[in-house]
Each structure stands twice: as structure tokens, then as C-alpha cells.
Design a protein around this ligand. Structure first.
Ligand SMILES: *Cc1c(COP(=O)(O)O)cnc(C)c1O
Length: 335
């Protein structure tokens, strides 16, 4: 099963008026660093604070009339998108998450009227509960990344970036389950087959990277990260996002927790933007010199802003951050 530009154009019609085009703005600082225009797609400005509304809304609107409700597993933002979309359609929503999900994300989902289940310590535990609800209560499950309507919804971001800047040379896409990267790559490469699409993710617990190296979906240990939205596996039964990422991504680059910390500071102190660790991995890879010098403009996606503000303050103040059994050393910006 593939995915075509026509699916993404159809998704755009469905989400219009709900998850609309976001600004795509240059970062003068990052442009200076990489020697080319470096543009930020501000998905942190979506009504739920993250891009996942696009895919979730497209998928919820695709459910047949008379559905009993929806359920999903989530690292936080997909659940918020599903909750938002379900409320608009008047459907019951049950969002399953692990204990790794930050409280700020849980509170945001509860405020949208969804039911919340906290199960276990990893995304797989949350997925098991969501699948149990499908069998026990007849809810429809919406995968955060392995669903054609979700991927098509996320792909509308690629469409918007290429329409605004047909001269883009490289796209740096935060990568977890790969729904975002797959959708963006399908759209971007349909418009410009020569464009480079690079997935970026954290060093620890990078399931898609490990799966691509192995040649098939594999499990990885899920560990706490500043990029909490990038945690979780890709599903051993993955049908869509794995083959699309395998076929369409030009490279995958991994960044450390310290590099994520530095990039969060750059985005805040230079561009004055508050964003999650997951969003800044494209900046992190560029700042760390982990990418070849681009021969044209670069675009990255600032995927969301739903982070714990107390932790954000600490990172900006240069304090140490405890993540499970490890500590990310603090560093004052500019020192
Ligand atoms: C889900 C998410 C991602 C990664 O998207 P995938 O489709 O799972 O690869 C990146 N950033 C944020 C903020 C997210 O919520």
C-alpha cells in the first residue's frame, strides 16, 4: 500500500479551517550558521500546540457515521489531536499513554474532554490498552503514525513548505514513528524529486533508526529524553510508515540530549520561540555540524510547544535536568 500526492491534497481539503497553514519563517541566526536560508515551519502555532492535529483530524473525519468513539496510544500530542477532533465530531475519545508522558500534555488532553488511561511505562503498554478498548468497547483505533489518513494529514506540511519555497534543497524532519517524515517526504518528492529529506531523532531509543538498520521493524528500550515526543516504538506490525521512510528518507541523523538542550536555547534566545525538545532536532543536527553543507535553502518543522514550563525554565537558566537515571548537565546560553 502506497501513498500519493492526491491523498495529501484530499487531506488538505478535509482539514481546511481546522488545522490551517502555519507561518514558514526564516531564522536569521540559523541561516548564518548554515550559510543558506534556514526556515522554520511553525507547527507550534496549531490550535493544539502541535502538528498532530492535521493527521488526527483527517483520520477522525474519515471514520464512518455511527462510530462508537475513538481511542489511540500517544506520547501526548497525537492524543491531543484526536481529542480535539473527536470533540468537534461529538465522539467519545479514550487516550492511552504511558507514565513517561509529561503532565502538561496530559492536562491539555483532559481539558478537551477526553478520557485518559495511564498504562505502564512505555508506548507499547499504552498501545495494548488501546487495542483492548477496540475489542472490549468497539472504539476505533487511530495509530499515531501507521495510518494512511494520519500520514496524508501530516503530509500537508510538506505541501505548504514546497509551495511557499519551491527552491528548498533540504528538509530536516523530526522522526519518531515516521508518520510526519513519510507524509512530508511523499509530498515534497512528488513536487521536487531532487529534494533531500533527512529524518532527525535522538540517540537514545531511536526505534525507526534501529529498524532501518535491521531492515525490519525492531523494538528498542524506551528511555526518558528531552525529546519526549520522539519516544516509542514503530510497531512490529508496521505496514506503512516503515516502508515509506525506508524508501524516501535520504538519511537519518541522531542527536544527543546535550545537543537538544543547546538547540532549545538557540531557538528561544535567538528566535524567541518556546518549543519542545522534539522540535529542535533539525537545529541541533545543524549546530552540531552533523549534516553536509546544504547547496540551497533548508526547512525544518517546529513540531510542537506542549512542554513542561518548569523544565523549560530550568533548561533556559542553565540548570541540570534529571531524566530518569541520567542527568543532562546544565549550560548557560552563550557560555
Ligand atoms: C509525534 C511528534 C513527532 C514525530 O512524529 P512521527 O510521525 O511520530 O515521526 C515530532 N515532534 C512532535 C512534537 C511530535 O508530537
Amino acid at each position: 500500500m502506497g501513498l500519493a500526492l492526491s491523498d495529501i491534497l484530499a487531506a488538505r481539503r478535509v482539514i481546511r479551517g481546522v488545522a490551517d497553514a502555519t507561518p514558514f519563517v526564516p531564522s536569521p541566526y540559523m541561516s548564518g550558521v548554515c550559510g543558506q536560508d534556514f526556515l522554520l515551519k511553525l507547527e507550534n502555532m496549531q490550535p493544539i500546540g502541535a502538528f498532530k492535529l492535521r493527521g488526527a483530524y483527517n483520520a477522525v473525519m474519515g471514520l464512518p457515521a455511527g462510530s462508537a468513539g475513538v481511542t489511540c496510544c500517544s506520547t501526548g500530542n497525537h492524543g491531543r489531536g484526536v481529542a480535539y477532533a473527536a470533540r468537534r465530531r461529538g465522539l467519545r475519545a479514550v487516550i492511552c499513554m504511558s507514565s513517561l508522558v509529561p503532565q502538561a500534555k496530559i492536562d491539555g488532553i483532559r481539558a478537551l474532554g477526553a478520557e485518559i488511561r495511564i498504562c505502564g511505562t512505555c508506548q507499547d503498554d499504552a498501545l495494548a490498552e488501546s487495542q483492548r478498548l477496540v475489542a472490549a468497547e468497539g472504539l476505533a483505533e487511530i495509530s499515531p503514525f501507521d495510518d494512511p489518513l494520519v500520514i496524508a494529514g501530516q503530509g500537508t506540511i510538506g505541501l505548504e513548505m514546497l509551495e511557499a519555497r519551491p527552491d528548498l534543497h533540504t528538509l530536516l524532519v523530526p522522526l519518531s514513528g515516521g508518520g510526519l517524515a513519510a507524509g512530508v517526504a511523499v509530498a515534497a518528492k512528488a513536487i521536487n524529486p531532487a529534494i533531500r529529506v533527512i529524518g532527525i531523532t535522538m540517540e537514545r531509543g531511536a526505534a525507526m533508526h534501529a529498524s532501518l538498520v535491521a531492515g525490519h521493524p525492531v523494538e528498542v528500550d524506551e528511555v526518558p529524553s528531552l525529546a519526549d515526543s520522539l519516544g516509542g516504538g514503530i510497531g512490529l506490525q508496521n505496514r506503512l510508515s516503515f516502508p515509506l521512510c525506508r524508501d524516501l528518507l535520504d538519511d537519518i541523523v541522531l542527536v544527543s540530549e546535550e545537543e537538544i538542550r543547546d538547540a532549545m536555547q538557540v531557538l528561544f534566545y535567538e528566535d524567541r520561540i518556546v518549543a519542545e525538545g522534539a522540535c529542535v532536532v533539525g537545529l541541533a543536527a545543524t549546530l552540531a555540524g552533523k549534516l553536509p553543507a546544504p547547496a540551497g535553502p533548508v526547512g525544518t518543522i517546529i513540531t510542537g510547544r506542549n512542554l513542561d514550563m518548569a523544565m523549560f525554565h530550568k533548561i533556559m537558566a542553565g540548570e541540570d535536568i534529571r531524566l530518569g537515571d541520567t542527568v543532562v548537565k546544565g549550560r548557560r546560553y552563550g557560555t
